[in-house]
Design a protein around this ligand. Structure first.
Ligand SMILES: NC(=O)c1ccc[n+]([C@@H]2O[C@H](COP(=O)([O-])OP(=O)(O)OC[C@H]3O[C@@H](n4cnc5c(N)ncnc54)[C@H](O)[C@@H]3O)[C@@H](O)[C@H]2O)c1
Length: 153
């Protein structure tokens, strides 16, 4: 039986995302074929298009191109999104993904404010399933450290 592939999107197709894309290519070249880049999203369509073309050089199908995260979430069956937009958009991009049940990997810094970071964590926790109990514990710890950090400031 063939393993279900992890369906990925990249949000924000700039410099750092380019490095991530090179790593995805490297993984495929090394024989790791359990993921597929399904969508590329950037407010600048040309950037998303160029990433889609680059991905199509190392996987069979070119990822779909989007300029809106919401439209992408509506149209694609994603498992996870690799968020490489500028700092100030990390929470704006991550929250709708988490609400749609799409896991996120967020470039550093995680968020621009403690409030935005907490909102991401709260949204993740609100959308966890039973099987993700350990992740919930980890997120609780992060929330606690956020609290003590904000108390110290
Ligand atoms: N460049 C680095 O060396 C580096 C290193 C570590 C972390 N990072 C982090 O990675 C993130 C991206 O940095 P970068 O250097 O790649 O920036 P960049 O400006 O090269 O790329 C950002 C991309 O996001 C797009 N974008 C802007 N708003 C968007 C939105 N609302 N939705 C979707 N796409 C949007 C832009 O059009 C652009 O293509 C930043 O948070 C940065 O701190 C960058």
């Amino acid at each position: 039986m063939s393993e279900k592939k992890v369906n990925l999107a990249i949000i924000g197709c700039g410099g750092m995302a380019g490095a991530h894309l090179n790593s995805y290519r490297e993984l495929k070249e090394k024989g790791l074929d359990n993921f597929e880049l399904l969508a590329m999203c950037d407010v600048l369509e040309d950037r998303a298009k160029s990433f889609s073309e680059r991905a199509n050089q190392f996987q069979e199908k070119a990822p779909s191109v989007y300029t809106s995260v919401e439209e992408m979430l509506e149209k694609e069956e994603l498992d996870a999104a690799d968020i490489c937009s500028p700092h100030s958009y990390h929470h704006i991009n991550a929250i709708p993904c988490l609400e749609a049940g799409v896991d996120v990997m967020i470039e550093k810094p995680f968020s621009v404010t403690i409030k935005a970071g907490k909102k991401i964590i709260e949204t993740a926790m609100a959308h966890l399933t039973e099987g993700e109990f350990n992740l919930k514990m980890v997120l609780r710890r992060i929330c606690k450290s956020f609290k003590s950090f904000s108390c110290r400031r």
